[in-house]
Design a protein around this ligand. Structure first.
Ligand code: PHE
Length: 339
């Protein structure tokens, strides 16, 4: 037995580990309850009386040596010396906390789900666009103020290359490649050259919709929007349409919903009117159909567009637009339950 202990003792200085797992393996093998040292202690009972003294000493010696070696190896791992194991010390510790969906993603998905149930399919397009798809094809006159540097981000060396200011550009791309019937929604990020504040940002998100077919009326538009409002904000939600102007629709309207924050009583969000505006809409101007290769004597259409931030504010009462893009975990974590 003494020989055996000596042999193990000789191996102790050479013991090495590369990571925590191996360190633990080493502890289990030698120093744990069922480890080698304890086994030797148990065998100690059977040692002949005249050898007990020496064997006892050797076991203690071995135990000390192992404990010291274990401490050294542990310290080495902690300081990272001799650590070639590829240990990632920046890795998130257990338990790994799951992320949450961004509130804008939650709401965009909800909008998409509602319109999908109404038969709309999804369309996608580039954020970096050309003047034609954002403005030209949408019936903006050459001197329309929306083309102004105030609103649009241009690329200096390429005046035709812009960041889209609305996702109507996707509608244009759909129309130029598809013949009616067309029924699409276009969610996506848009950019406008605005000073950043609690109420405005240089980018935000939209979902725009387009429906083109032979018999499309303003009544169809109104019914679809009413259904959307009720699905999104609750069955008692009321809507009202106010006349408005967009270059690409005629007639045009803006839609308000009954304020779901104060339930009509009047609050700062609805500016004490009981109504909040959530989208723009109208019948597609025949000039837009023609510009995009669709025969306006056969087809008609409606279109609408809403800001996702605004809908999200209404759902979750987020007071400052900047919170959506600051990535503050304390803000984002609150949407854990809303998936
Ligand atoms: N494109 C408009 C905007 O960005 C929204 C809109 C879309 C209005 C379709 C009417 C019809 O403000």
């Amino acid at each position: 037995m003494i020989e055996k202990i000596k042999q193990i003792l000789a191996e102790v200085p050479a013991l090495s580990v590369e990571n925590e797992a191996q360190l633990e393996e080493l502890r289990l093998k030698y120093l744990s309850k069922k480890g080698l040292v304890n086994q030797l202690m148990a065998d100690f009972r059977n040692v002949a009386a005249d050898q007990k003294r020496e064997v006892g000493m050797r076991i203690n010696e071995l135990k000390d040596a192992l404990q010291n070696r274990f401490k050294d190896l542990k310290a080495q791992l902690a300081t990272g010396e001799e650590d070639h194991s590829g240990l990632d010390l920046t890795r998130t510790p257990y338990p790994i906390s799951l992320g949450t969906r961004h509130p804008l993603s939650i709401v965009t998905k909800e909008i998409i789900d509602i319109f999908s149930r109404l038969g709309f399919s999804l369309a996608d397009g580039p954020e970096v666009e050309d003047d034609w798809h954002v403005f030209g094809s949408m019936n903006f006159a050459d001197d329309h103020p929306a083309r102004d540097m105030q609103d649009t981000f241009f690329i200096e060396s390429h005046p035709d290359v812009i960041l889209r200011t609305h996702t109507s550009s996707v509608q244009s791309r759909v129309m130029e490649t598809t013949q009616p019937p067309i029924r699409v929604i276009c969610p996506g990020r848009v950019y406008r050259n605005e000073a950043i504040s609690a109420r405005a940002h240089c980018f935000f998100h939209q979902v725009e919709g387009l429906y083109i077919d032979k018999d499309v009326s303003f009544t169809d538009l109104k019914q679809v929007l009413l259904t959307f409002a009720r699905e999104m904000f609750g069955a008692d939600t009321r809507i009202r349409l106010r006349p408005s102007y967009f270059p690409f629709t005629e007639p045009s309207a803006e839609m308000d919903i009954s304020c779901n924050i104060c339930g009509d009583k009047g609050c700062s969000f609805c500016k004490h009117t009981g109504w909040v505006e959530i989208l723009g809409c109208g019948m597609v101007d025949p000039a837009v159909l023609e510009a995009n290769g669709i025969d306006s004597s056969v087809y008609k259409g409606y279109a609408f567009g809403m800001g996702v931030e605004r809908i999200t504010n209404l759902k979750y009462q987020v007071k400052d637009l900047r919170m959506f893009s600051e990535n503050d975990i304390r803000f984002l974590d609150q949407f854990m339950a809303a998936h």
